[in-house]
Design a protein around this ligand. Structure first.
Ligand code: NAP
Ligand code: MN
Length: 267
């Protein structure tokens, strides 16, 4: 088994990464950042997002594990003091895994060309650089609404606790194979009308967003912006690919939500 250690630059993360490197090498496990079977991230959810984008061309071969060196993360469920337990789990690995849906993004540019398919683990947002974003929203090829406001956020179930949650989207258990669209400050009055609430679509539907103006849009894919060429439309659907995590132990999804956002134990 080949393991890649993907750490952020924080001091505590680098310490954990060094200990992990030493422990894995001593156990005879190969460290290979080019063709790993397992990617261990050390940092926060942002670090796992970066690792996902780094290895997004080998999602069918790779499983992820996240160690958090800050507060509890959604993708990082090993604590920094559990490095030895994790090494033991890696040694005893028998390919146990759990996988989650990803968002497929396809951009149609104003010049008629198409982007390569991009994948998001959390979400994609479309906003305007300044001023109101006006866009037509189609679901499964039918015009659904004309949106006016700050922007739109299309998220995966595991991304539902990130940006989506800040804009009033629902928290979705990742066992649902679905994606969600949430509005960012929509304008709703007698003239302009949108649904005004988040909506969730299944795997055989897709969302197409056509901004009224091709330029000055900001299109994000997780923490990355997609290059600023004039955009005709963006299509979102559930990706064929999924992200796999090595599941050495199981944390109940709602327990993770509770400990991250409600924290009954701390009170
Ligand atoms: P960041 O500014 O560090 O991320 C914002 C916060 O979101 C951090 O606390 C991050 O955790 C947390 N987070 C990331 N993914 C999450 C998830 N799936 N569930 C719950 N919390 C999550 O930037 P970043 O680390 O590069 O992460 C990029 C993400 O930030 C984007 O994908 C977007 O979801 C989110 N974001 C949120 C807002 C907002 O809520 N208004 C605005 C922009 C972006 P860590 O500290 O562990 O990294
Ligand atoms: Mn972060």
């Amino acid at each position: 088994m080949k393991v890649s250690i993907f750490s952020n630059n924080g001091q505590s993360s680098r310490k954990v990464a060094t200990a992990l490197h030493r422990g894995l090498t001593a156990a005879g496990i190969t460290i290979d950042s080019l063709n790993p079977d397992i990617v261990v991230t050390v940092g926060g959810d942002g670090t796992l997002l970066s690792a996902f984008h780094h290895y997004n061309d080998r999602l069918d071969k790779v499983r992820f594990v996240g160690i958090h060196t800050g507060h509890l993360g959604f993708y990082t469920d090993w604590r920094d003091y559990e490095v030895n337990d994790l090494i033991q789990s890696l040694i005893r690995d028998n390919r146990q895994s759990v996988s989650y849906p990803l968002l497929n993004i396809e951009v149609e540019y104003a010049d008629g060309t198409h982007s390569d398919q991009a994948l998001a683990l959390n979400e994609s947002t479309i906003k305007k650089v300044s001023g109101t974003m006006v866009a037509d929203v189609y679901i499964k090829g039918e015009l659904f609404e004309s949106f006016r406001g700050d922007g739109l956020c299309i998220s995966t179930p595991t991304g539902s606790t990130a940006y989506n949650k800040s804009v009033g989207g629902a928290v979705l258990n990742p066992r649902f194979n679905a994606i969600q669209m949430a509005e960012i400050a929509s304008i709703n009055n007698l003239v302009f009308r949108t649904l005004g609430s988040p909506l969730i679509i299944p795997a055989d539907e897709w969302i197409r967003i056509e901004p009224a103006e091709a330029t000055d849009n900001v299109l994000m894919c997780d923490q990355l912006s997609i290059e600023g060429r004039p955009i005709k439309a963006i299509s979102y659907r559930i990706a064929r690919q999924r992200i796999a995590f090595a599941e050495y132990r199981h944390t109940h999804f709602w327990q993770r939500v509770e400990s991250s956002f409600i924290g009954r134990e701390a009170r």
